[in-house]
Unconditional design. Structure first.
Length: 407
């Protein structure tokens, strides 16, 4: 910890990880969507899917709000406490108030706002406090691993609780209360060692400036999310089509397990982000997208559970390694005061990309026909294109120069 000086202790780092573990909370209800449909037979299928997708839209408001005030107008700790309280209250409340689907959707919209507030805080704290580039890579990578761990816990908890009663699904969000307790006891708003109190106040008065390079990465992340999401959307469908003798019902359980392995593989990859950057340097991003292309290609041609498992592990490795890498790339080109907003924009990009994926899928199907395998092959080509674009951009990116200044 010496390279961080007095700004961040191990205990404080665990406080930040408590925020990371709650980033991917929308998936807690995914295993329960069919049960929600049975509970509300008069609701349309589109309305039922809003239980999962609506938070992705309202979280945009939360990310933009916290990006403009956290670390400037209010402390990171206060922002985290408010975010986790909103997350817990409105996440769990549908377990109690669930007479109408409309009431549940109102709660889902509000919990999405809390998710949005939580999402950029972890990366923002690490970028603001960790001066050394290698240490920054390590902490962002570990944060990404906790992100994936949280996704696994929330999804499995939601599925297990739904098997008892669909109303209990929402108690999966009680994990946010655990995160709040850890955050309260472990995280202390630190003093930055490089600036006096007066200098810090002057910094906070500076206007937020988002450089063109940061906008490049935000846009690239949006497109990458749009291209990668169809692989997840069509995964179980491809298994039912390509594996002889299987149906959509029979592969559902296996698909769920393999998708959990996808997240686990990604979490392991994220934990070693600093090692990958040390080996591949400015071409780490291009490597991530090439790995994504390879995984999507394997899935497109898979005809057995083993091949689907290999494909989703490879794909998850590339996708989940890219997520913390985008934070690192943006931190290298953005000053610390502005990075909280940039981190928020990255979370907005993720949600916009996920939302746009449904329209992208429909657009491709309108051209090539409703063939999931062909769709994934189109995405393979796009991943290669995105890899080339990232590599070319970083060839001109001064942040990768050895003599580049720390931001």
């Amino acid at each position: 910890m010496n390279s961080i000086g007095k700004t961040l202790s191990i205990r404080q780092a665990w406080g930040v990880y408590a925020l990371y573990i709650m980033v991917a909370g929308a998936g807690a209800v995914t295993p329960a969507l069919a049960a929600f449909g049975d509970a509300f037979p008069d609701a349309s299928p589109v309305t039922i899917t809003l239980v999962q997708s609506l938070p992705s839209l309202t979280c945009i408001l939360g990310t933009l709000l916290v990006g403009s005030i956290a670390g400037r107008k209010i402390s990171f700790k206060l922002a985290g406490i408010i975010a986790l309280l909103i997350y817990f209250v409105f996440g769990v409340f549908p377990a109690i108030w669930n007479n109408t689907i409309e009431g549940i959707l109102i709660m889902r919209a509000l919990v999405g706002f809390g998710m949005g507030m939580v999402a950029p805080l972890g990366a923002s704290v690490f970028i603001r406090l960790v001066e050394d580039k290698e240490e920054r890579q390590r902490y962002l990578g570990r944060g990404g691993a906790f992100w994936q761990i949280g996704c696994i816990i929330m999804t499995l908890s939601g599925g297990f609780l739904c098997a008892i009663d669909w109303r209990l699904t929402f108690w999966a969000y009680a994990l946010s209360l655990v995160s709040l307790v850890v955050f309260l006891f472990c995280f202390k708003e630190p003093e930055l060692t490089k600036n006096s109190e007066k200098d810090q106040r002057n910094e906070n008065k500076k206007k937020i400036k988002i450089p063109a390079a940061a906008w490049f990465f935000v846009i690239l992340f949006t497109v990458a999310q749009m291209v990668s999401s169809p692989t997840m959307m069509t995964f179980s469908t491809l298994m039912s089509i390509n594996i002889p003798g299987e149906t959509a019902t029979s592969v559902a359980g296996t698909a769920g397990i393999l998708l959990s392995i996808f997240v686990l593989a990604g979490g392991i990859a994220s934990a070693f982000l600093d090692k990958f950057i040390k080996v591949m340097g400015r071409f780490t991003g291009a490597f991530c997208f090439i790995v994504c292309a390879a995984g999507a290609a394997i899935i497109a041609f898979a005809s057995s559970i083993l091949l689907f498992a290999v494909g989703i592990i490879v794909f998850g490795f590339g996708v989940c390694l890219a997520q913390p890498l985008f934070n690192y790339e943006c931190s290298s080109v953005t000053d610390k005061i502005s990075f909280t907003m940039v981190a928020s924009l990255l979370m907005v990009a993720m949600n916009v990309g996920n939302f746009a994926a449904s329209f992208w899928l429909g657009a491709v199907y309108s051209v090539v026909g409703e063939s999931p395998s062909t769709l994934l092959l189109v995405d393979v080509g796009l991943f290669v294109v995105l890899a080339v674009i990232w590599a070319i951009f970083n060839l001109q990116n001064n942040a990768w120069r050895k003599d580049a200044k720390e931001r």
